[in-house]
Write a protein that binds this ligand. Structure first.
Ligand code: PLP
Length: 365
């Protein structure tokens, strides 16, 4: 069986260090906003090249609190893409704001910047580009439009830890950035966790209160806040894993190149942004024969997954917004034709060869 992701192989590499880190956090017993959280926030901010980092309870909460810190509320519109994980858009609804979708570009699968300006109204407050599958979105174009209309940019970096755009790390470029440490992400912890980064001191201060019941001083509550904190044990784990992230991302990139070499004549592959470094959270192909490819992979005990089978605007939980089939044709088409192949830093070259040949044979049937 070849799984999508194999965290057991990761344990072989870093298990001992993780044991030590968890034990030291247990010994310290400062589990909420403890010393590892503070150290991790400093270390990760330095890695990303950004002034401030705030650890929160999940990637979803990172998006939600970031929107609140940017002042998004009832009556506001927030622009994002329909071809993403549901959390990107859920966060907008949590703020009682309205999600406004811009379709994605068929090649890069990221926001189609040519359609962006049309969607801006007087109510638009924030744009959320998503770096889908680890592929950086065209941030310069998004930021240019945002500046013109005095709108903020919050990028969803959940799948793109370590990715770069024009020589800068993703997470250091927009007004605010949101990351997830869900275990399967490029930088994942062993539970739920998330992070918000910014260079803006006042946004940073607001975020620190928002994650902690709206309080700067204990039992004095300045605003409606939440309980959403990265916990100390997870931060201890992340401090270990941060040391390995470049190596692990480089392994993903190497594996993606191998896949690309074997498969590019047979299937379409998500196009990399020429101005950036994709970090291959997922390796995603597009084929008319998607279902057959999945069936053949399964027969060979090879996992595969569809990210995402239903675009956000057609999800039941978003039906109130009144979108219908045909509204975002590229996202809808991708939802019908994409399939992601096993991708993780521990995949062996022979496994990539086997997977590639099963895909190739399925396409040639
Ligand atoms: C994983 C993910 C999230 C949510 O992160 P959680 O930590 O699971 O809450 C948000 N957006 C995207 C694009 C994701 O992939």
């Amino acid at each position: 069986m070849i799984p999508m992701l194999d965290l057991k192989r990761e344990m072989n590499l870093i298990g001992e260090e993780i044991d030590k880190a968890v034990k030291s956090s247990l010994k310290e017993t400062r589990f909420i906003l403890g010393p590892n959280v503070e150290s991790f926030e400093k270390e990760v901010a330095e890695y990303l090249g950004v002034k401030y980092a705030v650890g929160v309870g999940s990637g979803t909460e990172a998006l939600h609190l970031a929107l609140r810190a940017l002042g998004v509320g009832e009556g506001d519109e927030v622009i994002t893409v329909p071809f993403t994980f549901i959390a990107t858009a859920e966060a907008i609804l949590y703020c009682n704001a309205k999600p406004v979708f811009v379709d994605v570009d068929e090649e890069t699968m990221n926001i189609d910047v040519t359609q962006l300006e049309n969607k801006i109204t007087e109510k638009t407050k924030v744009i959320i580009p998503v770096h889908l599958f680890g592929n950086p979105a065209n941030l310069d174009e998004v930021i240019e439009v945002a500046k013109k209309y005095n709108i903020k940019v919050l990028d969803d970096c959940a799948q793109s830890f370590g990715a770069e755009y024009k020589g800068k790390k993703i997470g250091s470029i927009c007004d605010v950035s949101a990351f997830s440490f869900f275990p399967s992400k490029n930088l994942g912890c062993y539970g739920d966790g998330g992070l918000i980064t910014t260079d803006d001191e006042s946004v940073y201060n607001t975020l620190k209160a928002l994650r902690n019941h709206g309080s700067f001083t204990r039992y004095y509550h300045e605003m409606l806040g939440f309980n959403s904190r990265l916990d100390d044990i997870q931060a201890a784990i992340l401090r270990v894993k941060l040391k390995y992230i470049d190596k692990l991302n480089n392994d993903r990139i190497r594996i993606a190149n191998l896949y690309r070499d074997r498969l590019s004549d047979f299937v379409k592959i998500q196009a990399e942004n020429d101005n950036g470094q994709h970090v291959y959270h997922q390796f995603t192909i597009v084929s008319e024969k998607r279902d057959l490819i999945q069936k053949r992979l399964q027969e060979h005990e090879i996992a595969s997954a569809i990210y995402y089978p239903i675009p956000v605007h057609l999800q039941k939980s978003f039906s109130k917004l009144g979108y219908k089939k045909g509204d975002f044709p590229v996202s809808e088409k991708l939802a019908e034709k994409v399939v992601s192949l096993p991708m993780n830093p521990f995949l062996e070259d022979e496994e990539v060869e086997i997977i590639s040949s099963v895909v190739k044979n399925a396409v040639n049937e």
